[in-house]
Design a protein around this ligand. Structure first.
Ligand SMILES: Nc1ncnc2c1ncn2[C@@H]1O[C@H](COP(=O)(O)OP(=O)(O)OP(=O)(O)O)[C@@H](O)[C@H]1O
Length: 241
């Protein structure tokens, strides 16, 4: 999945974001290497969603830079996909939501149909193909959103709290899908509130607090021996936003 013009590594340097006169993200720097599962955690309002949105180009930084590999801009955008907390579905069938997204990327119709069907089958969702996407349950919609993202064959999948509105069964299904995307070669960046999920999913942790990157560490080390007092307090449930 990584062509010569890939989007990785990602280099984020001194990234800041301001709104309403407030500095909401302040000087965040990190790298992302191919094949990683990077999980961004931190209290409410820490800036996790902002960081993902800035990385995906949905927001413009006040200062600093986001630099995605060597692929030129338009191609780099095609090579990453973002999944939101509440999926955006068009008023059409589950299958058509995928074919539409592929069409928007310029894929020819016969290939779109085949790719969309393959994607639903990959995740055991074929039975939903003809159902209107908007009447699917929250968990089904999120599974469809990930199948749609997978269909684009991105190098990088960005997920912003993909399970926060879901029950434990649906959460497990989504986690398995994300792991399957990773097994298929995609690099994963996700935010979560749920520390059990962060432990299950992460190779590496970025811990944000009040718009700053407080700690960056391999997941095992972060959870067994956090280096900062803020991270220790957060893991003990004592650090509130
Ligand atoms: N476009 C915006 N304009 C003004 N303030 C914003 C904007 N987007 C986010 N914020 C504020 O920036 C801060 C960080 O928001 P962000 O959504 O990134 O936090 P988060 O870490 O994802 O939190 P949560 O875990 O609650 O989702 C919050 O105080 C939020 O209210």
């Amino acid at each position: 999945m990584h062509g010569p013009l890939g989007v990785l590594p990602l280099y984020v340097r001194g990234l800041s974001f301001e709104a309403g006169g407030a500095r909401l993200l302040d000087g965040v720097s990190f790298d992302l290497q191919p094949g990683e599962r990077l999980v961004v955690i931190g209290p409410n309002g820490a800036g996790k969603s902002l960081l993902l949105r800035l990385c995906h180009g949905l927001l413009t930084p006040a200062s600093g830079s986001v630099s995605w590999g060597t692929a030129p801009g338009a191609l780099a955008l095609k090579r990453r996909a973002m999944v939101f907390q509440r999926p955006l579905m068009l008023r059409r069938s589950a299958l058509a939501n995928i074919t539409h997204a592929l069409g928007a990327q310029g894929m020819a119709r016969p290939e779109r149909e085949e790719r969309a069907a393959t994607s639903l089958a990959r995740f055991g969702l074929t039975h939903l193909a003809r159902r209107p996407a908007r009447v699917l349950s929250g968990g089904e919609q999120q599974r469809l959103a990930i199948a749609r993202a997978w269909a684009m064959r991105p190098e990088v999948l960005l997920l912003d709290e993909p399970t926060s509105a879901l029950d434990p069964t649906a959460t497990r299904a989504i986690e398995e899908m994300i792991m399957a995307c990773h097994a298929d070669g995609m690099t994963i960046v996700m935010t979560t509130h749920e520390m059990g999920q962060a432990r299950r999913m992460a190779d590496r942790i970025l811990f944000l607090n009040k718009g700053r990157l407080v700690e960056e560490a391999p997941a095992e080390r972060f959870f067994t021996a956090p280096a900062t007092q803020d991270a220790r307090r957060f893991l003990n449930g004592d650090l509130l936003s």
